[in-house]
Design a protein around this ligand. Structure first.
Ligand SMILES: [Zn+2]
Length: 339
């Protein structure tokens, strides 16, 4: 699937088909389709009977294996899943705790590539190493990858994907050809949302604003459960500081931390914009409330709040205690109006 706003970049990539750079770094904001573009690109690289424009046929054996996730010449590096305690040889549950899920791509994962890169491809074509999110490489694993990026085996292509290229070591970035993707113009994104979800333009425009201009994130609001969780979050955040923290936390119990943290950060960003005299970006239909709230606090207090929530957000995938994390965030939010 190539989204309309990525078609030009896509055509450019296909034109480089015969003289490709051995390592591409696809980067750009979240929610605009970087992963889908990378999917199409690895399919085009591995397809055994590509169309005349270079895109994948979707019918050959290679395309079939990719669809099933088991092409022998494709390796994907992403943060390691937690190791299950599993069973021992007798089938009894193993003792001991499962190792913690990793946020990093570990050096062992990179080292495991060596053999894959050394041996020839199974299908006589190229081999592809996908690294996503590429900013999950830590210092050690990035150093290990550097060697293969410098002297890739014949026919090996790297495809790195990230929305945080700045968080990657410069040594890795400098060895890749950057493919920068941008969020589409609002009109293009709204046209697409309307066609994709069947919603009206006004609703699509509100979704797009709430998603910060990222169309794929906006499309998630077409799911009634996501839309109602989002509405509940905005209503609850807008009800502070008057609503007591514990009541607000009760209202939001059960909402995924990764969802509420993102909405809260957008809410704070809009408060900061309003305090600085600009119009809200994410919640234009709440402009009046945002204006009133922002005038009752200071930019310094909002900055403190923003960095406090950014710190919490780093633990969002593995909170020790989701309820305490939520209360902590709401206490911080309320404190911005404590005077
Ligand atoms: Zn094919």
């Amino acid at each position: 699937m190539i989204y309309p706003w990525l078609e030009e970049v896509w055509r450019g990539l296909l034109e480089q088909h015969d003289r490709p750079h051995h390592a591409l770094l696809v980067h750009g904001p979240s929610g605009i389709g970087k992963s889908d573009l990378a999917d199409e690109l690895q399919r085009a690289w591995l397809c055994e009977s590509p169309a005349s424009d270079g895109s994948a046929c979707g019918r050959c054996a290679a395309c079939g294996w990719i669809a099933q996730g088991n092409h022998p010449d494709l390796r994907v590096l992403s943060p390691a899943a937690p190791e299950e305690p599993g069973e021992d040889a007798e089938g009894a549950p193993r003792r001991g705790r499962a190792s913690a899920p990793s946020k990093d791509i570990r050096v062992e994962q990179v080292r495991a590539l060596e053999r894959f890169i050394c041996v020839g491809g199974h299908r006589g074509g190229c081999k592809v190493v996908r690294v996503e999110p590429a900013d999950a490489l830590n210092v050690v694993s990035a150093n290990a990858l550097l060697k293969t990026l410098e002297e890739p085996g014949a026919g090996t292509r790297f495809l790195l994907v990230t929305h945080r290229p700045d968080a990657m070591p410069a040594t890795i970035r400098s060895r890749c050809l950057a493919v920068a993707l941008a969020a589409p113009a609002n009109e293009i994104a709204i046209d697409w949302l309307v066609a994709e979800t069947g919603t009206g333009r006004a609703q699509a425009s509100r979704w797009l604003a709430a998603a910060g201009g990222a169309p794929l994130r906006a499309r998630a609001f077409a799911d009634p459960a996501t839309a109602s969780a989002h509405r509940l979050l905005v209503e609850t955040f807008a009800s502070l500081p008057e609503t007591p923290v514990l009541r607000a936390a009760d209202a939001l119990a059960g909402v995924e931390p990764s969802l509420w943290v993102g909405v809260l950060q957008s809410w704070i960003a809009d408060l900061q914009r309003c305090r600085a005299g600009a119009a809200p970006r994410f919640f234009p239909d709440r402009a009046e409330r945002l204006q009133a709230l922002s005038q009752a606090t200071s930019l310094q207090a909002l900055d403190r709040l923003g960095s406090g929530i950014a710190t919490l957000a780093r633990a969002v995938d593995h909170p020790l205690n989701a309820r305490l994390m939520l209360e902590d965030a709401l206490i911080r939010l309320r404190a911005a109006w404590a005077g």
